[in-house]
Design a protein around this ligand. Structure first.
Ligand code: HEC
Length: 239
């Protein structure tokens, strides 16, 4: 075992130590980010056992926000023809079989004083935010069991998003659309815009991969090859 062996071994150990240190740094960067004053998207974790459910809900919320950002109020107005037998949509419109739907989005359920709701709807006690109304319109009886709204539900998620942005437009003060979480392509722009945490994570990740790769290569050299490493091919070429 010549000096070279020990050089390589020490080099490999150093590289591995650096990789481990890098992973720790990355962990810190991920776990203690500098929180923005207003997070674009909040998840309240009540219980670790609910993590899967929370993840599923988060994905659903994100995809609803995404669909809403691509939805069209005029397409929603066409979908609303399915509701027109029972609902009017204009401001101060009359209640029919169902209540008038002007300004329904963002308001508590069963809040139209002139309409006689079913006990089920009176007892529901929800607020018609985007998620709740989206779920109700997809399957009314699943969200408000016993509701008097005899409507099977909108089958297409796209119809749901379109009608939500149409209902949103039926208000003097339309409810803000849910914030879209940062997409990966926006993330690098945000990094340029001074959001240092993203830059830090990307840098740390790159550093970890680089050092880990170097460490693995050096270890592989030590294990498989006692001879001095070959010079890179390009440097073998005569000038
Ligand atoms: C067959 C009639 C009928 C159809 C079709 C219908 N609804 Fe309804 N809707 C009702 C009735 C009745 C209620 C009251 C339910 C209750 O009291 O349980 C209601 C309640 C609602 C509510 C709750 C309103 C509040 O003030 O809390 C919303 C929102 C709503 N409908 C939206 C729609 C939309 C959007 C469509 C079309 C995609 C639709 N409905 C189709 C009959 C209908």
């Amino acid at each position: 075992m010549g000096d070279l062996f020990w050089n390589k071994l020490i080099g490999a150990l150093l590289a591995s130590a650096l990789a481990i240190f890098g992973i720790r740094e990355l962990g810190h960067a991920l776990i203690h980010p500098h929180e923005p004053a207003e997070p674009g998207y909040k998840i309240a974790i009540a219980d670790e056992g609910d993590a899967t459910e929370i993840a599923v809900e988060a994905v659903e919320e994100i995809s609803l926000a995404q669909r809403l950002s691509e939805a069209s109020a005029s397409a929603g107005e066409r979908v609303a023809k399915k509701c027109a037998a029972c609902h009017s949509f204009d401001k101060d419109g009359a209640n029919k079989i169902g209540p008038n739907l002007w300004n329904v989005l963002g308001n508590p359920s069963a809040s139209n004083a002139g309409f006689g709701y079913s006990p089920a709807m009176q007892g529901f006690g929800g607020t018609w935010d985007y998620e709740t109304l989206n779920a109700f319109l997809a399957n009314p009886k699943a969200v408000v069991p016993g509701t008097a709204m005899s409507f099977a539900g909108l089958k297409k998620a796209k119809d749901g998003a379109n009608i939500l942005v149409y209902l949103r437009s039926l208000s003097d003060a339309p409810l803000a659309l849910p914030a879209l979480p940062i997409s990966l392509s926006d993330a690098s722009e945000a990094a340029d815009g001074g959001n240092g945490i993203i830059e830090t994570i990307v840098d740390a990740a790159e550093a970890v991969f680089d050092t880990a790769e170097d460490g693995a290569e050096a270890l592989a050299d030590v294990i498989t090859d006692d001879e001095p490493a070959e010079e890179p091919a390009t440097e073998d070429q005569p000038e």
